[in-house]
Write a protein that binds this ligand. Structure first.
Ligand SMILES: [Zn+2]
Length: 477
């Protein structure tokens, strides 16, 4: 259930599409055409880092501020500007790399990527090409039960640092550019092509959002563009080892749009294939149109050769990183383990308890009891099995709340349930009515997160004495 921390992709509120799509007709198509094909999905995610200043210690960045009020010679790359890398960018990249189980490159570097669009007027983007800061990781997650459940492990190819471009605003007067965002630090996370369905991709993105929020490196807000996903989708006949031609989908600004855009695209490609028109699937960039609930061609894809890189420009040496890594890795592992409250919850469910009622009991009255009595969930007398039985009895109408009190009194359940039931008859009625408060269930896990963050602030990064090595960043030539 860890995916309930924020919104899971699948619990996310789904806005009704403005244009009605005959959903069952679409489903039928999916079933008819996709049966013989397997989809291969990879995701590139850009995460905007919540540093106080841009990647090169110049202007602050505030989302939504007046256009072109947060720019200077350094982020514009004007002649003579000598930027210094913001060490927080490295720190955040290291945190994310470790949280995603990656191997860090202790010697890394920045490269210039040619970039000929007006939203980055200096003509290049500082990025990482052949030696990204982190490589070869993975994300572990559980697919929600309502979508078939099951455990998945998705590979992470690489995490690299780069700077963001500005924004082009198209209006009646033509295009205008807002450069406030130019130079804001990003981490790009490239997945292995390990996902097979829209749900898997959406859950992967939701997990990434949780991780960056836990780490405190980004607000992860998709609507503001702080977390942006581009997905690559191809299909192949089941059993064929080669990949099909892949299509990239951009402008996916919610988990549910990731899910629906991918499923639409799989269906579109499968339909073309099965009608003998597989050659009409071309390598291109498509946009997801939320209103029409379909993908449309944006532009034919440039090859990698169109983005020329200048290599070996600036080397980074991550001094004295090793000790920090050991501490940090342990912290990450502990953190990423599911919280004890979540384990208690799972155990309650596996004893057969109703999901909503169990969540209400645990995050409501049991949480309040634990707080009053200053107990952790491991210290309370009520076992998950007993709670499950109690819930089953109340739900099944075998016992009323009042009798529930009596059977609790004797030994094992203790005074907690007394208190719960005698003081909260109204809430008990609500429990029976199935009132849900699942979202706040993980309040306990939030506390754990806060504690973990404090540790990180206080100790682990004290050793970071790497800043001095970045001063040469723009001495390229
Ligand atoms: Zn600046």
């Amino acid at each position: 259930m860890k995916s309930s921390q924020t919104r899971t992709a699948t619990q996310e509120k789904q806005q009704p599409p403005k244009v009605r799509v005959p959903q069952h007709a679409l489903k039928k198509t999916v079933n008819k055409f996709t049966r013989d094909y397997e989809a291969i999905i990879g995701i590139e995610t850009h995460v905007q880092l919540s540093t106080l200043t841009k990647a090169f210690y110049c202007c602050p960045y505030n989302y939504g501020s007046q256009p072109n009020t947060g720019i200077c010679a350094i982020c514009m790359g004007l002649p003579g500007a000598l930027p210094v890398l913001n060490s927080k960018v490295i720190e955040f990249a290291v945190k994310l790399g470790l949280a995603l189980n990656c191997k860090l490159s202790l010697n890394s570097k920045f490269d210039r990527k040619q970039y000929f669009y007006p939203d980055l007027p200096k003509g290049y983007q500082i990025s990482q090409f052949d030696i990204p800061i982190a490589t070869g990781g993975y994300i572990d997650l559980d697919i929600p039960l309502e979508f078939g459940g099951g455990h998945r492990k998705f590979g992470i190819t690489r995490v690299h640092m780069e700077e963001d471009a500005g924004k082009l605003l198209h209006s009646g007067n033509g295009a205008q550019v807002d450069l406030n965002r130019a130079g804001v630090p990003l981490l790009e996370i490239v997945s292995e092509p390990d996902m097979r369905t829209g749900i898997e991709a959406a859950e992967y993105a939701a997990e990434l959002q949780r991780v960056v929020r836990y780490l405190g490196i980004s607000n992860g807000n998709m609507q503001e563009g702080s977390l942006r996903c581009d997905v690559n989708v191809s299909i192949r006949p089941i059993g064929q080892p080669e990949f099909g031609r892949k299509v990239e989908i951009k402008k996916l600004n919610s988990f549910s749009s990731i899910n629906r855009a991918i499923d639409f695209e799989i269906s579109r490609q499968a339909q073309l294939h099965s009608q003998g028109q597989g050659d009409q699937i071309v390598q291109e960039t498509r946009l997801w149109e939320e209103d029409a609930q379909k993908t449309v061609t944006m532009r034919k894809k440039e090859g990698l050769s169109d983005y020329r890189y200048s290599l070996n420009q600036t080397s980074l040496k991550l001094f004295s990183l090793r000790n920090m890594l050991i501490t940090f890795t342990t912290l990450c592992q502990n953190f990423l383990k599911r919280s004890v409250v979540a384990e208690y919850f799972d155990a309650t469910l596996s004893s057969g308890a109703d999901l909503k009622l169990a969540a209400n009991w645990i995050m409501g009255d049991i949480a309040a009891y634990m707080k009053n009595e200053k107990l952790s969930i491991n210290e309370i007398k009520l076992t998950p099995k007993e709670l499950g039985e109690l819930i089953a009895s109340i739900k099944g109408g075998t016992i009323s709340g009042k009798i529930g009190k009596e059977i609790n009194d004797p030994v094992e359940i203790g005074k907690m349930i007394d208190k719960v039931i005698s003081e909260n008859p109204k809430q008990l009625e609500q429990y029976r009515g199935g009132k849900t408060k699942l979202q706040s269930f993980f309040a306990g896990q939030e506390q754990q997160t806060a504690r973990w963050r404090n540790i990180l602030k206080s100790e682990s990064f004290a050793e970071f004495s790497i800043l001095s090595s970045y001063n040469t960043l723009h001495h390229f030539d």
